[in-house]
Ligand binder design. Sequence first.
Ligand code: TYD
Ligand code: MG
Length: 473
Amino acid sequence: MPKPSSQFVCQSCGTVHGKWAGRCDACGQWNALVEEAISHNAGSSNSRHKKGRGMELVDLTATSIDPPRMVSGVKEFDRVTGGGLVTGSALLVGGDPGIGKSTLLLQITGKLAEQGRKAVYISGEESTGQVQRRARRLGLADNPVALAAETSLGAVLDGLKANKPDVVIIDSIQTLWTDQLGAAPGTVAQVRACAQELTRFAKRTGACVILVGHVTKDGQIAGPRVVEHMVDAVLYFEGEKSHQFRILRAHKNRFGPTNEIGVFEMGEDGLAEVPNPSSLFLNERGDASSGSSVFAGLEGTRPVLTEIQALVAPAAFGTPRRAVVGWDSGRLAMVLAVLEARCGISFAGKDVYLNVAGGFRINEPAADLAVAAAIASSVFDIALPHDAVVFGEISLSGDVRPVTRSEERMKEARKLGFGRAITAFLKGKNSQALSQILPIIRIKTLPDLISRVETSANGSGASDSHEETAWAA
Ligand code: TYD
Ligand code: MG
């Protein structure tokens, strides 16, 4: 029987099928199968391996030295990579089109080239002229970055072998193609094959290869996530187009922590570092108003203060709306359910809107209490103390739980001029030390928080003394 000359590959999950079907059996995706030519010599590299040379086994101790790193000097970038780019590693930088990936990486390569590293920037999307114009605008035109506009993997690899670079940017992996495969550029098979070759190149030569990948609407890189497990680190560049700042977040990192973020601001002449994000996120905060609280959060090693806004209003139509920007909607549903069940606040027939100001995204459960406080503040239409930060996790029973690293959160709050912290009831020595940093308003349970908000709301007018009794430490 002759060998088949083509196969059908699901563009969503990568499963290979023998014949075409409307729906992928493996992942259930419709219209995702694409015909690809089978390369019958694909396995030949295996057969080339010489007999008698097995694999080599080494001790764990043999690799205990830290890998050498290239520090760019852009602190926000270096922190996310875990202290600089590791030689011989491959990174994927993903993000929406137009978010600033090319700008960021051109700036990073510029910095590395300035230090005498051999940097190569390969653009498959823009002409060399376009990249040069951008470099001039970013003030990098004099930096010795080698530039190429190329989309053929073979040409790229040949060029790199001749040049022996320290760092290579491939902008983007979706534009690269190899003639070893019949598939069109941008398909799973092409992206996978090109990423594999480039990763191998990185390991073999000790260069650091950075692949740029566009994210589709549903948050996946190149449609499938085929590249994510091949590379050593996956960084996402995210942000709202309507806001100036951009966040670089480590999604996976074999050489460092994954919860770090780097904050940048997009301006006229490229991306600028934001060393103190809290002041950026809070600087639009107005006077004390109801439905707002300040959450003392943590992003990796760094405390970040953000404003949480809530609005509870009568629903205009039949089904009440729950709209969330910057937080998890499931988590909001939980906080609302606990408020209903434990505190008797009804949200039936009410719209609830929740917004993290400035377009920031919070992932910590420690924000529960700040969210509940903002919602309660909106329900009773009374402002929370303007100089207080809020943090704590809420359990389904309505208890407020202490969260990790309270000290750092409170120190950051004090640095930014806050006067007190609304948080869980803490016991022992630790709480003594913490109240040295900021006076603590201890909240044992959610009903405790609600009764304080209620007390301050029922006071005649906005008398300060009433607020003082409601929010006594
Ligand atoms: P770009 O890096 O091309 O995005 P990506 O590679 O992720 O697709 O960034 C494009 C956007 O950035 C574009 O909308 C213009 C804006 N921008 C600035 O605001 N200032 C600048 O100095 C540069 C270079 C770009
Ligand atoms: Mg780009």
